[in-house]
Ligand binder design. Structure first.
Ligand code: SF4
Ligand code: SF4
Length: 404
């Protein structure tokens, strides 16, 4: 198989019929004139790049990897994968210190955790934000997520014996956000699963899913971490026969699809056993399991489906679960990108575009005026909370809160 045939078989780019639907769906193209757009950066550009790498365009860095073009494409072209794979292959520029810091979530989390109160107070100061803006080009308007003084891993290890007593078991890929920033989401998942008679185990030693490394040009380190993760996932799934659940749509997409699609790591033997928790819970309830809810629970909830959740096709599970809680007044928000795309919106050069992209979503949230916005992605949460002032909760936390 020659290079052209290999690229075609992997990304399906010869199926592009030039309909330009993807260009209408690309949120970046609407706000950034420097970005060539999915059709030109993806299938059109790939034909040129295969002829001569000289045609690689550095403006491909403006792609947020939101995958909305792939959801929209009627021909099944893996447009976003083509663009990210081209960046991995052709962009050999050294990542900036800022990008390395933003992408090193495990390292930053481990360093910040023991000093969490000091770190949280410092990164919230105007003077710190101005300094980061001037030196590292992290936009000063951005609000950083707070660090937790205690890790989720430590908490679950202390409860391991109680968890092991449940008749059914799953493993949990908690991700960096739950471990270093918001252990409560992990605890909420444990509460809901325990109510269904399911105990939760840690993986042997997970590392960050690596999406931030991939999108910040560190595919070598990403491949090492991903290879490690596939090893520990195999131990849980194949050796122990467990399903592995996540609470983040982006971690789910990365573990299942970015590892083989962008890093060339074969995960076909375990991919099907990696699921977002809302899907697992929905299927349990469909199978006859029951959750008991508080009779007096009342909440007006607006659900934002994150772009990666749309790509996975799993937003329906969160929607159905939230609708099933008595006392919930539910609104499904229009399909819009929030604009942050992980570390993308933290960068000074992307901040303005990031906020413009999110504007239709922010406006709709203000119109609906919910008690809380529901969303399965931590970075969407940061963006929506910062930009609208509305509280954002993962559907799992809403389920846990509503439980009797
Ligand atoms: S939507 Fe698909 S088929 Fe249409 S131009 Fe984009 S990549 Fe090509
Ligand atoms: S992944 Fe998102 S930003 Fe990138 S081309 Fe596709 S729609 Fe545009």
């Amino acid at each position: 198989m020659n290079l052209q045939e290999f690229t075609q078989s992997k990304y399906n780019f010869e199926e592009c019929m030039k309909c330009t639907v993807c260009t209408a769906y690309c949120p970046v193209l609407q706000v950034n004139p420097l970005y060539p757009g999915p059709k030109q950066a993806g299938p059109d550009g790939e034909r040129l790049r295969l002829k001569d790498p000289f045609f690689f365009n550095y403006a491909l860095k403006y792609c947020m990897n939101c995958k909305r073009c792939e959801v929209a494409c009627p021909s099944g072209v893996k447009v976003a994968d083509l663009i990210q794979a081209a960046r991995i292959k052709h962009d050999h520029s050294k990542p900036k210190l800022r990008d390395r810091m933003l992408a090193s979530t495990d390292t930053m989390g481990s360093l910040a955790r023991p000093l969490a109160p000091v770190v949280n107070a410092t990164i919230g100061l105007g003077v710190t934000k101005s300094l980061l803006d001037a030196t590292l080009k992290i936009d000063k308007h951005r609000t950083f997520p707070k660090y937790s003084g205690r890790s989720f891993e430590g908490w679950l290890k202390r409860h391991a014996k109680a968890q092991a007593a449940f008749p059914e078991q799953v493993a949990y890929f908690h991700g960096c956000y739950v471990n270093y920033n918001y252990p409560q989401l992990g605890k909420d998942l444990v509460k809901v699963l325990n109510a269904l008679g399911v105990g939760v185990q840690l993986l042997e030693k997970e590392k960050c899913c690596s999406i931030a490394l991939i999108t910040n040009g560190m595919s070598g380190k990403a491949t090492k971490q991903a290879t490690h993760n596939v090893g520990v996932l195999r131990k849980a799934i194949i050796d122990k026969g467990l399903k592995v659940l996540t609470t983040s749509s982006t971690c789910s997409l990365t573990l299942r699809d970015e590892y083989p699609g962008l890093l060339g790591i074969d995960n076909s033997d375990i991919r099907g056993a990696i699921q977002i928790a809302v899907r697992y819970i929905y299927e349990k309830l469909e199978g006859g399991a029951k959750l008991e809810f508080k009779p007096d629970y009342h909440k007006k909830i607006a659900y934002h489906v994150p772009c990666h959740m749309e790509r996975l096709g799993w937003g329906v599970f969160s929607e159905k679960l939230l609708r099933s809680i008595p006392g919930v007044e539910f609104t499904l928000l229009d399909s819009n990108c929030c604009g942050i795309a992980g570390t993308y919106g933290f960068k000074k050069e992307n901040y303005e575009a990031s906020q413009k992209i999110g504007e239709p979503l922010f406006n709709q949230i203000r119109e609906v005026n919910p008690d809380v916005v529901a969303c399965d992605c931590e970075t969407c949460k940061w963006q929506i909370e910062m930009s609208t002032g509305y509280k954002v909760m993962n559907p799992i936390s809403i389920l846990a809160e509503a439980l009797a």
